[in-house]
Design a protein around this ligand. Structure first.
Ligand code: SF4
Length: 922
């Protein structure tokens, strides 16, 4: 058995992992105790990484060979690498020769390694001569980039994870770190436990599990963050809580900001933000007067039409109070992706150049051209993500190269994105997984390596560079992303000498040289040093013995005069304010156990235990007002389309608001809109309105209408399937989903592989469609029992199996028509209960459960498979205070004692069981 040190490929915490393998197969994963990001901890996602690399998943979900489609919609056929690259070069050259270099575009990813990113940036800007290269980090971090540059002078988060241990006040805003950055949240929990006096403020429209840790929770209205920050500064000025010496010595522009916030009176801020004036005063006092205040923030600030203003206005508070450049203090943006930082370092965005240089700066362009050995870098700004797909939809961009990302799931306003992918003359998708929605729309598919196979570096949220190492050989004909870029460059311009790389280290060494003298100087680092001394933070200039933990301790900023700049931007409401025809504010966010478009986490049924199916969450009063019960199908309509999905009551969602997780794309949730158009998941209804500075879209708010969908015909089908074809069966079903007005398809099962399909329609669909669903689930087996009443639209199919104890059990079923009376079939199959009755009785419409069959409670603890029901049952008889009841819960059921990802939820359940009313007020 081999141990290989590498990095988790999910969030920006950047946890170190040790991959266990037998040289050919990954057999296990554990946290790296020596990695300074996690010290051995992993969350529920990281701890299951090895399971996502099983041979069965690799065989079904991975793209292992280059494939090509003769036309859109045709099946992809395997081709050789030489043919694939020749085709790509020929098609790109044809477009460039006819329409110029700006008629092609690259859309890459914060999941690429730094070396991959560097090659693609140079390929577009240096070789082809277009700045049309942008990345999914545009959807994630570009407001943080713009905010840092406008205020502090460089895109450099000044704080580090250890600051959590030194902060006296933690201001968490626009971040559900308990779900999105779980291992960092474990540190925050530890810090709060060690120093209960540390004040924690959480500001978020949703009362998330992160808010459960708050001493002060600010449930601000969506999009009103700038008003909140201006109001806090107003109070600080009024109370004399600003640090005037710091302002005088280290900043410029304060007078204009003072003028601006004059109108942000407590009364006005309270009214606009929906907060209490006394809470504003408390927040201002804690922020300004605590010895050290650290802000942690993420997409709640970034994904906004005012994203840059939100970031800058928060940084204003740190500068005005001197809460920066000292242990425990500073504005610390958390990156969503594992290498969003690395992408920023190499300038992998349409408006940036290598090593934090600006495209708009002629001197910077000349420096990069000299470094690359090209005559120049084009001055014309490239198209950012939304602009790139709009240009393709309009026909201006004719060839697209998409690497390691899934825009047909993740981009807002999917109608435009789909139009872009249909209209583009040539679409290349370079991917590790064949199961993404974008892969369906490619002309050419190029197979890439992924976690466990890749070699290079990534940089996490605290500027720490870590090696990513391969544990097993690349499967099939997959190639490393940087290598695909180099191979394409050689075909595109034969004989060019711009890409002389044979190893990722040779790419990285060139990147390192580009940083010389820059704010992120890493000329003192090398692969060898990373091997010997482990992960390092930048800057780490030549001659330095270590990187810098935190920045700006001397009060000198990377601006022309060395001073930080206050930015005075007036508050603007969201792009689509609620109105009578769209009275709800829809927000999106993460689930605890899923990551992004779920191409990897979606391969594991066990990661669907916590949240099993897509749903729209609403406040219980809104559910009642709309006559919705849990599980009823709701229609969520924005100006862009209608999405149908089950509704669920949630106390964490405020009145007039709604929440849908960002992960549910067309791979899981599909159907047809009111006008018959295909529904492409959650982003069918989100808006592409974006920040004018950062161009980051407002994924955190869309005005929507919600109604109960009256659909008489319903379908529920479930099956246990052999591991070797469960994903393939789901892929078959995915292709059928758009034929129904509403349908979702998800995996389930911890030790076995299950697939669930749920659908509804106004009337029964064709028997042929039902037959195809049955075939995908193995219900066309000759041993299946059937009942059908076509006139009444009723259909029931049941397939038995023999359990390990010799008793009959249920392997698969499909019930269609009126399914309400038989939802008990779900736990019967899911819990692998013995069939206590003659199976033919299951076929009867309205058949009752043979024994009491309570619906299985939601899984709270993924590691030990502990359900909410079991937790509630234990808490009902547990004594003591909250801490003692939590300890008793953990000692008895073991929940929350491994990865800890469920601890915030356990704490909430403990509090709720003891003081149900108190939860409503914090
Ligand atoms: Fe991976 Fe979880 Fe660590 Fe994020 S917190 S890097 S998802 S293990």
């Amino acid at each position: 058995m081999n141990d290989t040190r590498s990095t988790c490929p999910y969030c920006g915490v950047g946890c170190g992992v040790i991959i266990e393998s037998d040289g050919a197969r990954i057999t296990g994963v554990r946290g790296d105790p020596d990695h300074p990001a996690n010290f051995g901890r992993l969350c529920s996602k990281g701890a299951t990484l090895h399971l996502t690399a099983s041979p069965a998943i690799t065989a079904q979900a991975r793209l292992l060979y280059p494939m090509q489609r003769a036309s859109r919609g045709a099946p992809a056929q395997r081709v050789g690498w030489d043919d694939a690259l020749d085709t790509a070069a020929r098609r790109f050259n044809a477009v460039i020769d006819t329409h110029g270099p700006d008629a092609v575009g690259f859309y890459v990813s914060g999941q690429l390694l730094t070396e991959d990113y560097y090659v693609f940036n140079k390929l577009a800007k240096g070789l082809i001569g277009t700045n049309n290269i942008d990345t999914n980090s545009r959807l994630c971090m570009s407001s943080a980039v713009a905010g840092y540059k406008k205020t502090l002078g460089a895109d450099a988060p000044p704080a580090c994870y250890d600051d959590v241990n030194h902060a006296d006040c933690l201001f968490i805003i626009g971040s559900n770190a308990a779900y999105a950055h779980p291992v960092l949240f474990r540190r925050i929990e530890d810090a709060k436990r060690a120093r209960p006096d540390m004040k924690v403020i959480v500001a978020d429209p949703r009362r998330t599990d992160t808010a459960g840790l708050a001493d002060l929770y600010l449930p601000l209205q969506p999009g009103t963050d700038v008003m909140l920050f201006h109001g806090l500064l107003h109070l600080m000025l009024w109370e004399g809580w600003t640090d005037n010496a710091y302002i005088a010595q280290h900043t410029t522009g304060f007078d204009a900001l003072k003028q601006l916030v004059r109108d942000a009176t407590p009364a006005r801020v309270a009214q606009v933000c929906g907060l209490r004036e006394e809470d504003l005063l408390t927040a201002a006092r804690w922020f300004a007067l605590s010895p050290a205040t650290l802000s942690l923030y993420c997409q709640g600030l970034n994904q906004s039409r005012s994203g840059t203003a939100k970031n800058a206005s928060l940084i204003n508070l740190h500068l005005a109070t001197g809460q920066i450049g000292k242990p425990g203090a500073g504005p610390f943006s958390l990156t969503g992706q594992p290498n969003a930082m690395g992408g920023r370092e190499v300038g992998g965005l349409a408006n940036l150049l290598s090593a934090h240089r600006d495209l708009a700066n002629p001197a910077h362009r000349a420096e990069v051209a000299a470094l690359w050995g090209v005559p120049d870098v084009p001055a014309k700004p490239g198209l950012t993500a939304v602009e790139l797909f709009e240009a393709a939809a309009d026909g201006a961009v004719k060839a697209l190269w998409i690497a390691c990302t899934n825009p047909a799931q993740s981009m807002p306003d999917q109608a435009t994105v789909r139009r872009a992918l249909q209209r583009a003359e040539f679409v290349v998708v370079q991917e590790a997984f064949l199961t993404t929605a974008t892969a369906d729309l490619a002309d050419l598919l190029l197979p890439a390596t992924t976690w466990g196979e890749k070699d290079g570096t990534v940089t996490n949220s605290e500027r720490r560079i870590t090696r990513v190492r391969p544990a097993i050989p690349a499967p099939g004909e997959t190639r490393h992303d940087w290598r695909i870029g180099v191979d394409f460059a050689q075909r595109l311009r034969p004989g060019n000498v711009l890409f002389p790389y044979h190893t990722p280290e040779s790419v990285w060494n060139e990147h390192r040289e580009s940083t010389r003298g820059r704010d992120l100087d890493i000329t003192g680092l090398s692969y060898a040093l990373l091997e010997q001394q482990g992960p390092q933070q930048w800057p780490f200039a030549q001659g330095a013995s270590q990187g810098r933990e935190r920045l700006y301790e001397d009060g000198v900023f990377p601006t022309a005069d060395g001073r930080a700049r206050f930015v005075a931007t007036p508050y603007q409401p969201v792009a689509e304010p609620r109105q009578s025809s769209f009275p709800f504010s829809l927000t999106t966010g993460r689930l605890r156990d899923q990551w992004h478009g779920m191409s990897r986490t979606g391969t594991l049924g066990r990661l669907f235990g916590h949240v099993a199916e897509p749903c729209v969450e609403l406040h219980p009063q809104e559910m009642a007002r709309l006559s919705l019960a849990n599980g009823d199908i709701a229609e969520v309509t924005s100006k862009r389309g209608t999405l149908r999905l089950p509704a669920r009551a949630s106390e964490s969602v405020a009145l007039t608001q709604a929440f849908i997780a960002m992960h549910w794309g067309a791979e899981y949730l599909s159907g047809r809109g009111k006008d018959g158009e295909p529904i492409a998941g959650i982003n069918a209804i989100t808006t592409s309105a974006h920040c004018p500075d950062s161009k980051q879209p407002e994924l955190k708010h869309a005005a929507v209408r919600i109604e109960r969908a009256e659909q008489a015909w319903t379908l529920l089908a479930m099956a246990w399937l052999p591991e070797a074809n469960a994903i393939s069966a789901r892929e078959t079903l995915r292709q059928l989903l758009p034929e129904l007005p509403f349908a979702l398809c998800v995996p389930f099962g911890r030790e076995r592989s299950g697939v669930l399909l749920r659908a509804s329609a106004a009337e029964a669909p064709s028997p042929d469609l039902l037959a195809r669903i049955e075939a995908a689930l193995g219900l066309n087996d000759s041993g299946a029992l059937r009942y059908e009443d076509a006139r009444a639209g009723q259909r029931r199919v049941v397939l038995r199996e023999q359990r390990a104890d010799g008793q009959p059990g249920l392997r698969a079923f499909l019930i269609a028509g009126d399914t309400r009376a038989q939802t008990w079939l779900k736990p019967l199959l899911e819990d692998e209960q013995p069939l206590a009755i003659d199976a033919r009785l299951l076929l009867l419409p309205g058949a009752q459960a043979p024994v009491a069959m309570p619906a299985r409670g939601r899984q709270v603890c993924t590691c030990f498979d502990v359900s909410e029901d079991a937790i509630q049952a234990h808490l009902a008889q547990a004594d003591g205070d909250d801490a003692e009841r939590l300890a008793s819960l953990q000692a008895t059921l073991r929940c929350g004692t491994n990865c800890g990802s469920c601890v915030p939820e356990l704490q909430r359940l403990v509090r709720l069981s003891a003081h149900p009313a108190a939860e409503a007020t914090i």
